[in-house]
Unconditional design. Structure first.
Length: 94
C-alpha cells in the first residue's frame, strides 16, 4: 500500500511543477499583452482542469483569477455578475 501513495505523491508533485511552469509562462504572456481570455477558476475543480488542458492544448493565452469555493466566493455579487449560476470555471473573453 505505501508504494501506491508514494506514486500518487510523485504524480501530484509533477503536476504542481508543470502547473507552476505554465503559470509563469502565462504571466509572461499577460505582461506582453497577449492575453485574450480570463479564466475564473477553482484550483481543485476537475471542470477547471479540463478547461485549462483544452486551452493549453490549443495554445490559447489566458489569464486566471482564483475563486475560493470554501469561502463561498462564487456567490458574491461581483462573481454572480460574471456567472449568474455561481459555478466555476467561467472563461471570459476580454
Amino acid at each position: 500500500m505505501p508504494s501506491c501513495s508514494l506514486f500518487a505523491l510523485i504524480g501530484r508533485i509533477r503536476y504542481a511543477l508543470q502547473t507552476s511552469e505554465r503559470q509563469r509562462e502565462r504571466q509572461r504572456e499577460c505582461q506582453q499583452g497577449k492575453t485574450m481570455l480570463k479564466l475564473y477558476q477553482a484550483g481543485n475543480s476537475i471542470c477547471t482542469q479540463k478547461v485549462q488542458i483544452t486551452l493549453d492544448e490549443k495554445g490559447l493565452p489566458y489569464d486566471t483569477q482564483n475563486i475560493n469555493l470554501f469561502t463561498h466566493e462564487q456567490y458574491s455579487p461581483e462573481y454572480l455578475k460574471i456567472n449568474p449560476k455561481g459555478v466555476v470555471p467561467s472563461p471570459i473573453d476580454v
